[in-house]
Ligand binder design. Structure first.
Ligand code: UDP
Length: 331
């Protein structure tokens, strides 16, 4: 019922609420950065989330502050020694997320900051998850708490929705329609169609249902100015049912208000056609099933599949843009 997909932001009491969870723009791609800056002015927000493990706070991503808080070490050499010792059982190429995590940061960090969070987030044992997921996070032997390594980072002042409004200026937009229910009629309207929904539903699940991960977002207004003092706090133990609490006003530090909007993120089981898919689960079986759909998709001449759901890829925003900018040169 709105444009902008999961990047959609909504203004509530002067705060731009990230309706589908934290969207922090980051990229090292000059072209992408220039492109997005045509549509919004970005602030200097830098993501420095905090991990909360049973009330104890740790710096993220895994960096010298984290190692100091956990082991009371002060130098990179001391931290590396502990990690090497704790990871020595992982010989050869790690086979899954658990092994990869232990190899990268050792058992203590795995147990406190990764295991519970990952199991909650994906509703799966980390041993059954692809190791690539954990490689998204930097591991640093410096005191740098910036969550991302990219050269450019920020939040669009005024939210994300304006970007899509500008992109769609002068273009007819129909909301609240079910494209898949009336595919032929909609396809007949255009010479080229770009489909960004789940690829398996486009093909009526003929090779089976791809697995996605979904999340429920509980948005709550609080009548005081500051709930947690940071935009993102991760709850990394297995018992607390939510993964993260987001406090949106901290994405835009210039916005001053007497109240605040806070979002609790609850991972939930995905059900095709019922819940919103957010993350592809790129393990071997799902990727194999996706390849069958992809094969069928490439046989369709005027219909193009793009984005996280249609390409079944764990894209970040900058990667989708880069892929789209490359794609348009090809048609
Ligand atoms: N992760 C973790 N603990 C954290 C943050 C992340 O174990 O405190 C792991 C978890 O497996 C997660 C992955 O790292 O799925 C990628 O995290 P990222 O923040 O990139 O996830 P996203 O923001 O895309 O949900």
């Amino acid at each position: 019922n709105h444009i902008a997909g999961n990047c959609y932001t909504e203004k509530r009491d002067d705060i731009h609420l990230h309706v589908y969870g934290a969207h922090i723009f980051h990229t090292s791609n000059e072209k992408v950065w220039k492109w997005i800056n045509q549509y919004a002015k970005f602030n200097h927000y830098t993501n420095r989330p905090i991990a909360n493990y049973k009330g104890e706070l740790f710096a993220l991503p895994f960096n010298m502050w984290t190692f100091n808080q956990l082991w009371n070490v002060n130098t990179p050499a001391e931290a590396q020694k502990i990690i090497a010792e704790q990871g020595k059982d992982i010989v050869g190429e790690p086979q899954n997320l658990e092994e990869q995590a232990i190899k990268l940061v050792g058992k203590d960090i795995y147990e406190k900051l990764i295991k519970g969070y990952t199991a909650k987030q994906w509703i799966k044992d980390p041993k059954e998850l692809p190791k690539e997921i954990i490689k998204r996070l930097p591991v640093r032997f410096t005191f740098d708490t910036n969550y991302f390594n990219d050269r450019y980072q920020g939040i669009p002042e005024g939210g994300y929705t304006q970007i899509f409004e500008k992109l769609l200026e002068g273009i007819e937009v129909r909301l609240n329609v079910d494209y898949l229910a009336d595919k032929d009629a909609y396809n007949a309207l255009a010479n080229k169609v770009i489909y960004t929904g789940p690829i398996d539903s486009y093909f009526d699940y003929q090779y089976g249902e791809l697995e996605y991960k979904t999340t429920r977002f509980d948005h709550v207004k609080k009548e005081y100015p500051n709930h947690q003092g940071v935009a993102v706090m991760n709850y990394t133990d297995a018992e607390i049912p939510y993964t993260r609490i987001i406090e949106h006003k901290h994405f835009e530090p210039d916005v001053k208000t007497e109240l605040t909007w806070v979002t609790w993120e609850y991972p939930t089981q995905y059900k095709a056609d019922v819940t919103e898919p957010y993350y592809p689960v790129n393990d071997k079986d799902n990727n194999e099933m996706y390849m069958k759909y992809k094969n069928d998709a490439s046989a369709l001449e005027n219909i193009h599949f793009g984005g996280r759901l249609a390409e079944y890829k764990y894209y970040d925003m900058h990667q989708v843009i880069s892929s789209a900018l490359n794609f348009i040169k090809t048609i």
